[in-house]
Write a protein that binds this ligand. Structure first.
Ligand code: NAD
Length: 260
């Protein structure tokens, strides 16, 4: 469904972003990878996409905290492939701290990478998408776009902000055949989550199942993790023509977290 199209996915060197690019490449899109990673690992990821799916993949090391680097990433993609048809704002970081101790520079970094980067990227892709009369803009928000948790003030503020940005852009581009939506996962099984388990087992004197059910999945009624493939599959659907009338929406994929 994306044959001949070009997808830019920020923060796609690991986790959910990597699953997005593999799903889009599987549907025929050429890919712009972005994110932090050792050059050898990034190159391995890039060539695997080309070999597995027979598409072209390029890498931009743009730092999502830097507006100029974001604009340059989009023009690099347009110069190389001739267009950007799908943009997924996915790069994200977390910082956990009580509000009164929250480091100012961590607040600025979370807002820059999780919220402002989406503004800069959307701003840069919109002229081309309008000109070609087709576009799909997605952002990975979070269950924290709808509900809060203590000690995550910057993350929760940024993810709530993404919903407002998404709705505004959806209205502005509604007549241009460009949709703008967000996907809001609960706890997704990524290496990042997996790595927390042994330490939490030790710190709380719990076994593996207790950590998973009572700590990690405490808020997730299904008591199961979302998989990166499930998130990517929703993203691919939102890129399809069947989803042409879905815009300004925020899709929960959270095992019932935000139903509670
Ligand atoms: P991850 O750490 O595996 O991926 C984050 C990606 O962002 C990586 O590729 C990283 O290199 C990149 N990144 C970080 N800082 C960057 C910067 N300054 N410039 C460019 N790239 C940068 O984590 P993930 O779980 O796959 O997270 C992806 C998105 O999903 C984030 O926006 C996160 O908030 C959101 N999310 C994750 C979960 C979860 O449970 N894992 C749940 C809800 C939402």
């Amino acid at each position: 469904i994306l044959k001949g199209k070009v997808a830019v996915v920020t923060g796609s060197t690991s986790g959910i972003g990597l699953a997005y690019v593999r799903a889009f490449a599987g549907a025929g899109a050429n890919i712009v990878l972005n994110g932090i990673g050792a050059p050898a690992d990034v190159e391995k990821t890039r060539t695997a996409i080309e070999n597995d799916f027979g598409v072209k993949a390029i890498y931009s090391p743009a730092n999502m905290a830097e507006p100029i680097e974001i604009a340059n990433m989009i023009s690099f993609a347009e110069r190389t492939f001739g267009s950007v048809d799908v943009l997924v704002n996915n790069a994200g970081i977390q910082h956990v701290s009580p509000i009164e101790d929250f480091p100012v520079e961590k607040w600025d970094a979370v807002i820059a990478i999780n919220l402002s980067s989406a503004f800069h990227a959307i701003r840069a892709v919109t002229p081309g998408m309008k000109q070609r009369g087709w576009g799909r803009i997605l952002t990975t928000a979070s269950a924290h776009s709808q509900v809060a948790s203590p000690f995550k003030s910057a993350y929760v503020a940024a993810k709530h902000g993404i919903v407002g940005l998404t709705r505004t852009v959806a209205l502005e581009l509604a007549r241009s055949k460009i949709t703008c939506n967000c996907i809001s996962p609960g706890y997704v099984w990524t290496p990042l989550v997996e790595k927390q388990i042994p330490n939490t087992m030790k710190a709380r004197n719990m076994d593996r199942d207790q950590v998973i059910n009572d700590v990690l999945l405490a808020a997730q009624p299904t008591k199961e993790f979302v998989t990166v493939e499930q998130v990517a599959s929703l993203a691919l659907f939102l890129c399809s023509d069947d989803a042409a009338q879905i815009t300004g929406a925020n899709f929960s994929i959270d095992g019932g977290w935000t139903a509670a």
